[in-house]
Ligand binder design. Sequence first.
Ligand code: NAP
Length: 534
Amino acid sequence: MTTGIETTDSGVCDLKSYLGGRWVGGSGQGHELVNPVNGAAVARCSTGGMDLAAALTFARRYGGPTLRALSFKARAGLLAAIADALAARRERWFEIAKVNSGNTKADAAIDIDGAIGTIRYFSRLGAGLGESRILAEGSPARLARDANFQGLHVGVPVKGVAVHINAYNFPAWGLWEKASVSLLSGVPVLAKPATATAWLAEEMVQCVVESGILPEGAISVACGPAYGLLESLEFGDVVCFTGSAGTGNSIRSHPRVLSRGVRVNIEADSLNAAILGPDAEVNGAGFSFFVREVVREMTVKAGQKCTAIRRILVPASLARPVSQAICDGLEQVIVGDPAEASVTMGPLVNRTQKDAVEEGIRNLASESQIVFQTSPSRFVRADAENGAFVAPALLLSGNESRLSNEIEVFGPVATVIPYSGKREAFSIAERGAGSLAASVFSTDLEFLAEAALELAPSHGRILLVDPSIGDSHTGHGIVLPSCIHGGPGRAGGGEELGGLRGLWFYHQRVAIQASVAVLSSVVQPAANVAISGS
Ligand code: NAP
């Protein structure tokens, strides 16, 4: 290997799992993790022979009680220390992201800095909740003629383990956006990173464990397939999953999940749309902001972002000029080995994904016209035979296209879909059958407001861009810890993050009915509730 990263004698990193308070290796050959630039093995992991049931029992017995005994403020202190420990090794994380995920520096920053920023956000949020250990919702309500009898909804942390099953595309952010909310809630975590990119997650957990920040049992990580994990769930555990719709459905309907009443949050695939408003003019302000965002979304992390723009909805009269402008933008993208300073888009995570994306492009092309595809001859230092490089591709469909509203191609691929009139634009966006994010670009503020409410029932997040925020908004695909991440229908129906809202998934909401004096004792010292008998 030429990475400078330490490896074992065999030349690959031997990843372990942290279960039951110790690092353990799995039996058997295990699974190979590769460098997507050249297909070389860089790490190996196995969960063979591991007792995941015992690991969950350990977390329930030790991690849960210790975390629940801490106030939000104390748990927030743990998060701050985790963020500091991870930030101190930032360069190491970037190196692993390059070697195992093919990330450019900009791609890795979204994952790694996004992870650290999210932990810090929830640390600040928790500090603001003070010495309380419960969440209170709203104000107490009088329940009877006697004003002394009142009711209040409060949230207490669940008593099980938060099982976090993550997708391969965000090994750092996926781990910590879930873990920070769970730990702040007082619920121990067992993380199961996707096998293909488990290296970064494994080393980050190792860094936190070695720092001695967290109490015993508060965090575990299983690197490798999740044999026996779901079968070991108990009432009180929760599962938070990110990945494909198929796996999500199998988790949701798993007999153990059903029989134990395990709460499940699913973040699945999504055909996110960006809409250029009917008022757009070629090279006008809305047009330029729109084109820039589409090109960025298609190519950041080589399009391996669940929130990436897959469908580009434009007024029919502008289909050609918009397509041309996007092609011009894609022309500037330099695909290749992320170790090369000039490269702006790396490979996909492995050849399995490359094959899937190429097949997806072929399927889309059966109904749409490919109007742009970078020639592989322009790739920089790309191993065509063993690497996982895919050329960015733009397609143009008719407004009756079916497949562009059905197939999620998880790579640098998107389809321009022309629409006639705003009603048709909204209805095409809805054909995604439930999406994570939509963005709308227009100079017409009334249209933007109307679009928000039209798109809201089928989306989890909507970005409305008028020229006043053209340069300052955070982007179509960027998930912010203060805004919910998730979407209805096909996107899984889940909700993560969103500030305090995210904490509720890890809490049991309960209605407490009692006298004012007793209610006051229950919520003491919840900073956000005032109970009065009048
Ligand atoms: P995937 O194949 O569904 O895998 C996701 C995770 O589930 C991995 O950790 C995988 O482990 C695990 N898994 C697979 N089968 C399982 C089972 N029977 N029981 C428990 N865990 C199981 O998805 P992927 O290919 O990694 O990710 C790509 C997909 O994720 C895309 O469709 C994308 O849209 C979606 N995604 C969604 C979001 C979102 O926030 N909505 C974010 C990112 C990605 P192994 O790796 O060990 O198989």
